[in-house]
Write a protein that binds this ligand. Structure first.
Ligand SMILES: *Cc1c(COP(=O)(O)O)cnc(C)c1O
Length: 405
């Protein structure tokens, strides 16, 4: 509902796990006039962002940038390396894994969905041992790819991708490894080359702090080799011409010029802060958010502390409370958007995004809005999550001071 007479004071709190708030620096960079995408300045910009984005994926191989949402980059990943009827192993971590699997079916692939029974899969990460066992039971190598979601945005679970790599290696299986880190990139540790990922899929509007509209495929040499024989129909998504033209900083079609200005600025910001510092900041904020949820006496959707997401926290509502009603109360009273429960979790939980340019005080404001909204909705809270989060954030500062001394 965006009408001309809707002018709330201050900024809207966009605390969904993507799109994340776009920093002013990036908005300003994007306001430069659009230039000729075949002209000399553009080539320099293209080369710079194509080189810079490799540092974020931690890869030496090409990264393809599409003018598309993350869903487009999902399709690009599948259609460049697979053929009709190919058997692919996917893992049910939540709503996004489910959507990717539906896409695989629509494209004429044969996905097999591994997972834990019932809703358990939506509370824990990818179980690498299940993948290993399944691959060991495939001596003829019918399975062509393993597809997993790194940060499952519908639940707040960040799976261990290195463990999935080890599982594939332990089975001695040649399947390609395809990973969706649309919401994980530039917020949680990610290593495309070191983890032996063949195609990494990502998007602009989450950890990268850009508006929606561009997305990525990071590739491996093995993926490029597979693309030479892959038979799924593809045209717009085909890597070949893009990689060739990208060598000079250009694209075969009109790229999203202004979003590339934004990407250039985002790279400056993220690499300027330092990737490790960015990851540590996300971890600190996530720990404070969880401290708040525990103090409220509510449950965290992720049930395995080893795979808590640094990007978002899923907050499970007590029996009988409609999470979307709570979200509505918070939106109406405090001008803040929280993530809705998706798929199997509709109405059961809401999601607090703490990604991108989030800091201590934006998190505290967010948690205040949640606490007030929960009370207004009549949810019985065990205590103050806001106080617990403040204590958590301050203890982190104390430690930092002691270490510096
Ligand atoms: C956001 C998201 C997507 C979908 O990306 P769109 O840009 O909405 O197409 C897919 N997977 C994950 C894990 C996401 O967080």
């Amino acid at each position: 509902m965006l009408t001309l007479d809707f002018h709330p004071a201050g900024r809207h709190f966009l605390q969904i796990p993507g799109p994340s708030p776009v920093p002013d620096r990036i908005l300003r960079a994007m306001s430069y006039p659009t230039i000729d995408h075949r002209g000399p300045e553009f080539g320099a910009l293209g080369l710079k962002v194509l080189e810079g984005i490799k540092k974020i994926f931690k890869t030496e191989q090409p990264v393809i940038i599409y003018p598309a949402s993350g869903t487009g980059a999902w399709e690009a990943a599948l259609s460049n390396v697979l053929s009709p009827g190919d058997h692919v192993l996917m893992y049910e971590t939540g709503h996004f894994a489910t959507l990717w699997k539906k896409m695989a079916e629509a494209l004429g692939l044969k996905p097999e969905f591994l997972g834990l029974p019932g809703i358990e899969g939506w509370r824990r990460g990818v179980q690498a041992d299940q993948i290993e066992a399944r691959l060991k039971a495939d001596p003829d190598h019918q399975i062509k790819a393993v597809c997993v979601v790194h940060n499952e945005t519908s639940t707040g679970v960040t799976s261990d991708i290195a463990a999935v790599r080890r599982a594939i290696d332990a089975a001695g299986h040649p399947a390609l490894l395809l990973v969706d880190t649309i919401s994980g990139l530039a917020a949680a540790d990610y290593r495309h080359d070191e983890w032996g990922v063949d195609v990494t899929v990502s998007g602009s509007q989450k950890g990268l702090m850009l508006p929606p509209g561009i997305s990525f495929n990071a590739v491996s040499k093995k993926a490029i080799a597979a693309s030479k024989n892959a038979k799924l129909p593809r045209a717009f998504w085909d890597w070949t011409d893009i990689i060739e033209m990208n060598k000079t900083g250009y694209w075969p079609y009109t790229p999203n010029t202004n979003l590339l200005y934004g990407l250039h600025e985002a790279l400056e910001m993220i690499l300027g802060e330092g990737l490790d510092n960015v990851f540590a900041r996300h971890q600190r904020l996530a720990a404070a958010a969880r401290a708040a949820v525990r103090a409220w006496g509510l449950e965290i959707q992720c049930a395995d502390p080893n795979v808590y997401s640094p990007i978002l926290t899923g907050v499970v509502m007590p029996e009988g409370v409609d999470a979307d009603q709570v979200r509505r109360i918070i939106y109406d009273n405090f001008d803040m958007s929280l993530g809705t429960g998706l798929g199997k979790l509709k109405g059961r939980m809401f999601r607090i995004g703490h990604l991108g340019e989030a800091n201590d005080l934006t998190l505290m404001a967010t948690l205040s809005g949640c606490e007030m909204g929960l009370k207004l909705a009549g949810v019985q809270l065990a205590g103050s999550g806001v106080n617990a989060a403040m204590e958590q954030l301050m203890s982190g500062k104390d430690q930092a001071r002691r270490q510096a001394a």
